[in-house]
Structure formats: structure tokens, C-alpha cells
Write a new protein. Structure first.
Length: 145
């Protein structure tokens, strides 16, 4: 007789496979707050996590924050050319679309970027993306910068 409990290894393996993966907290970029419902933090679904990741990618400048140093996470051209009237030129739009497509398709959950469109208003740039996930779902995301 042992003082240590005996575990069923098959049951432990089942629990490990069920809980594998990451959980992400749902963040509302409009209010700039973590979403809380009934006093508890709301976890993002897989689709919400991808949409949230895309918005974070667009809103982040490469190497600006120490947490993203040397990871190439974020966009370079969008922020390097800010303040210039180049936002409406075909060169800028093509370069922005190329960089977005390249970085978004590098995420393992995303299989294809179907469509990228940009709209330039007086003081904001609206980027609309249609993305196909590996699971076969298609989602549309709109980010205002």
C-alpha cells in the first residue's frame, strides 16, 4: 500500500487533449477595455480571437514596444508614412495590402486573405479584410486607424 494516489493515465491524457490550446481574453478596442460580464472576464471564441489578433496587428507599429522587439509583429509602412499625403496613392495601398496579406497569412489559424480594401476619410483610414480560416469559416473584419 502506497501513500501516493494511483491515477488512471488514460483519463489524464483525455483531459490534456481537451484543454489544449490557448485561451484569450476578449478585448474591446472601441472602449479600450477588457470585456467583463457579470463580474467575470469574458474569454474570446476562436473567431473572436482571430479578429482581435488582426486588429492588434494593424494597430501595432513594428519594434515600437519592447514586447514585440525583433518579432516583426505589426505594420511598418502604415506608421512610417503617417502624416504624409501618400495614404491615397496606389503605391501605398498596394504596399499596405501586400504587407497585411503576408503577415496575416503567416498565422496558423488563417489559410487565405480573400479581400483587402481601404477607404481614406479626412483623418482616418478604414481597412476592411475578408479572411478564410483553416476551419473553413470566412470572416470579415473592419479596423479604423
Amino acid at each position: 500500500m502506497s501513500i501516493f494516489p494511483v491515477f488512471n493515465n488514460e483519463a489524464i491524457e483525455e483531459v490534456k487533449t481537451e484543454t489544449s490550446g490557448t485561451k484569450e481574453i476578449l478585448f474591446d478596442f472601441k472602449t479600450k477595455r477588457v470585456v467583463i460580464k457579470d463580474g467575470k472576464v469574458v474569454m474570446a471564441s476562436k473567431v473572436e480571437a482571430v479578429i482581435q489578433w488582426i486588429e492588434l496587428l494593424i494597430r501595432t507599429e513594428v519594434d515600437k514596444y519592447n514586447v514585440y522587439k525583433e518579432t516583426e509583429f505589426g505594420l511598418t509602412n502604415l506608421y512610417a508614412l503617417r502624416g504624409h499625403s501618400i495614404y491615397e496613392t496606389p503605391f501605398f495601398i498596394m504596399e499596405l495590402e501586400r504587407e497585411l496579406k503576408e503577415k496575416i497569412e503567416s498565422k496558423s489559424e488563417i489559410s487565405l486573405v480573400k479581400d483587402i480594401s481601404t477607404e481614406h476619410n479626412f483623418n482616418k483610414l478604414i481597412i476592411t479584410l475578408t479572411v478564410e480560416l483553416v476551419s473553413g469559416e470566412t470572416l470579415t473584419s473592419e479596423v479604423s486607424v
